[in-house]
Design a protein around this ligand. Structure first.
Ligand SMILES: Cc1ncc(COP(=O)(O)O)c(C=O)c1O
Length: 400
């Protein structure tokens, strides 16, 4: 439509949301659907957090707040960064937005000029490239190595850096691969970045608390303090505390960048929901036992899903360090045909045929920039996961 902007013409709608909607449509039509496409914990928000929100409502904390967060939440965020990441930030270095998504969006919109490049490892969270494009920048992709659980090498990062590189957008544990960078692996990347002082680091630490088998989460500014002055450390309560609907994300970084992000927010959404901010204060300052409970449940489900998928002919599924996703390869199925004669030419065909034949909704790998794969979100009950993996196995066995 000629009326729409050229910028928007370059942007595609979120494929994960599209897949979730498609599964919901089939379900509404009476099909037996198992949705493994949505990226949110199936647990309820802990009661102490809900109670804090209710108390905030009754206390009349229902008005506009400071654009990028109430002082109490900024203080809680500073304490969190100190306690969990060993990072010192002052409240003036902190920005709060309506979800981690808005934090990333603000930062990109506030900094990108036409021609600026943003390095994004693949597979990536679906929104990164499109956010970069909305900001007027150019995404530059660095492929993850399937042999290393889809992590990128230092050499590949170095090769992607040009004089136009503005940001390195890093995400560990990763959506969609679940790959988590150990300290030495991250250090290899920060060593590269030290040699390129014009490149800033945007690290998306949303899945920090979903780390398994004793994996120790680490973040760039902590691993390499010399990058502190050019790092934006992004995090949020959505995944950690089962608070996806509350819409609170936050970041800390250099004050001028935080001020620029505040300017973007002040001319768009203004403050994030006041009640949600008080809930987030409780999430960060209150009891933290929910984190361990959810970690145990997700690790059990990861083991279940990885085990069952590796038992499917043609699938190969690495064991990820964190998040609640797995990213199996379907390389062994390309060229095969379904009983009705449809050839599996790529991962989109695979996901569509799987949904049609079995009612299992997954997201195809091309949506995340690395094929031929698909993503399963295992943030659902053990029973549903067993049922889904059994159906996937039958589907793979039926290909010839
Ligand atoms: C890697 C990653 N970053 C950011 C977000 C956005 O989080 P929020 O719901 O807080 O906006 C998500 C949500 O799926 C994500 O997977």
């Amino acid at each position: 439509m000629a009326f729409l902007s050229d910028t928007l013409a370059r942007v595609k709608p979120s494929p994960t949301i599209a897949m979730t909607n498609k599964a919901a449509e089939l379900k509404a039509a009476g099909r037996d659907v198992i949705g493994l496409s949505a990226g949110e914990p199936d647990f309820d928000t802990p009661t102490n957090i809900k109670d804090a929100a209710i108390a905030a409502i009754h206390a009349g904390k229902t008005k506009y707040t400071a654009v990028d967060g109430i002082p109490e939440l900024k203080a809680a965020i500073c304490a969190k960064f100190k306690r969990e990441n060993g990072l010192d930030y002052s409240p003036a270095q902190v920005s709060v937005s309506s979800g981690g998504k808005q934090v990333l969006f603000n930062a990109l919109l506030a900094t990108l000029n036409p021609g600026d490049e943003v390095i994004i490892p693949t597979p990536y969270w679906v929104s990164y490239p499109d956010m970069v494009k909305i900001g007027g920048g150019t995404p530059v992709f660095v492929p993850g190595d399937p042999g290393r659980g889809y992590k990128i090498s230092a050499e590949a990062l170095e090769a992607a850096i040009t004089p136009q590189t503005k940001w390195f957008l890093f995400n560990s544990p990763s959506n969609p691969s679940g790959a988590g960078y150990a300290r030495d692996e991250l250090k290899a990347l920060t060593d590269v970045l030290l040699r390129h002082p014009h490149v800033w680091v945007m690290t998306d630490d949303m899945y920090e608390h979903l780390a398994f088998d004793g994996f120790t989460f680490c973040t760039p500014a902590e691993v390499e303090p010399r990058l502190y002055d050019r790092t934006l450390t992004v995090n949020g309560v959505s995944k950690a505390y089962a608070m996806t609907g509350w819409r609170i994300g936050y970041a800390a970084g250099p004050e001028p960048l935080i001020a620029a992000m505040r300017k973007v927010q002040s001319q768009s959404t203004s403050n994030p929901c006041s009640v949600s901010q008080w809930a987030a204060v409780e999430a960060l300052n209150g009891p933290q036992d929910y984190l361990a409970t959810s970690r145990v449940a997700f690790q059990r489900r990861r083991d279940l899903v990885v085990g069952m998928l590796n038992d499917c002919p043609g699938l190969t599924c690495p064991t990820p360090e964190g998040a609640f996703y797995v990213y199996p390869s379907i390389a062994g199925l390309i060229g095969k045909r379904t009983p009705s004669g449809v050839e599996i030419t790529d991962d989109e065909v695979f996901a569509t045929q799987l949904l049609e034949a079995t009612g299992v909704a997954v997201v195809f790998g091309a949506a995340f920039g690395l094929s031929p794969n698909f993503r399963i979100s295992y943030a659902t009950s053990d029973a549903a996961l067993k049922d889904a993996c059994t159906r996937i196995k039958a589907f793979c066995e039926g290909l010839s």
